[in-house]
Design a protein around this ligand. Structure first.
Ligand SMILES: Nc1nc2c(ncn2[C@@H]2O[C@H](COP(=O)(O)OP(=O)(O)OP(=O)(O)O)[C@@H](O)[C@H]2O)c(=O)[nH]1
Ligand SMILES: [Zn+2]
Length: 212
């Protein structure tokens, strides 16, 4: 299987995800067999008209939904620009759709990312922040890890003065089943560098991020 997809806005087009054949992204046959087994186990008939093509569909959907596992997030941040901007850059409301690794049910919401470039440092293209979110969310996840992985990758690759990441999501495993609390939002944050040390900068970052 391919180690890496060249970018992450994973979409299945003509049997390919970002140009990579779908069978190189996941083991389609294995997923198909497993889904067929699940259908039998829940008491369904996998041969009936409506379900006949379901194992194949699920396999192709999983290739798209878990494509982040084949992406090297450091690659995404390779294109940078030298810029003397030593103030906060914030991209707010980046859509998140991911899968809780405990139940393989979706969680979804938004991520907000802020960073302060280093003195005479480098900035990244704004879309790369959203691509980073995609790379880490298109895999089995927990929200806390998603949040800290984004922050840590930005620190490691861009070497900024500070980073803050806030993720707000609703988890289907809490609303569709189990405790069944629809609308409960989980908010996680990861703060790194100067923003961790300096309460005033952190407060400014948070007010920009939360838009209040
Ligand atoms: N910390 C954290 N927990 C999560 C996340 N997604 C799902 N969970 C929780 O993972 C836990 C798994 O708990 P278990 O007791 O092993 O599983 P369960 O019996 O299905 O739990 P219930 O959901 O309480 O019915 C649940 O409390 C979920 O709410 C996440 O992103 N972060
Ligand atoms: Zn869950």
């Amino acid at each position: 299987m391919n180690e890496s997809l060249d970018h992450v806005a994973a979409r299945l087009v003509d049997g390919r995800i970002n140009g990579v054949p779908v069978e190189d992204v996941v083991d389609l046959k294995r997923i198909e067999a497993a889904v067929r087994e699940i259908l039998i186990a829940i008491g369904e008939d996998p041969e009936r008209e409506g379900l006949k093509n379901t194992p194949g569909r699920v396999a192709r959907a999983y290739a798209e939904l878990f494509a982040g596992l084949r992406v090297d997030p450091a690659e995404i941040l390779k294109t940078t620009f030298a810029e003397d901007h030593e103030e906060m850059v914030v991209v707010r409301d980046i859509e998140v759709t991911s899968f809780c690794e405990h139940h393989l049910l979706p969680f979804f919401g938004v991520a907000h990312i802020g960073y302060i470039p280093a003195e005479h440092g480098r900035i990244t293209g704004l879309s790369k922040l959203a691509r980073l979110v995609e790379a880490y969310s298109r895999r089995p996840q927990v929200q806390e890890r998603l949040t800290s992985q984004i922050a840590d990758q930005l620190m490691a690759t861009l070497e900024p003065r500070g980073v803050v990441v806030v993720v707000e999501c609703e988890h289907m495993c809490m609303s569709m089943r189990g405790i069944r609390k629809v609308g409960a939002k989980t908010v996680t944050s990861a703060v790194r560098g100067v923003l961790q040390r300096d309460a005033k900068s952190r407060a400014e970052a948070m007010s920009l991020i939360l838009g209040r």
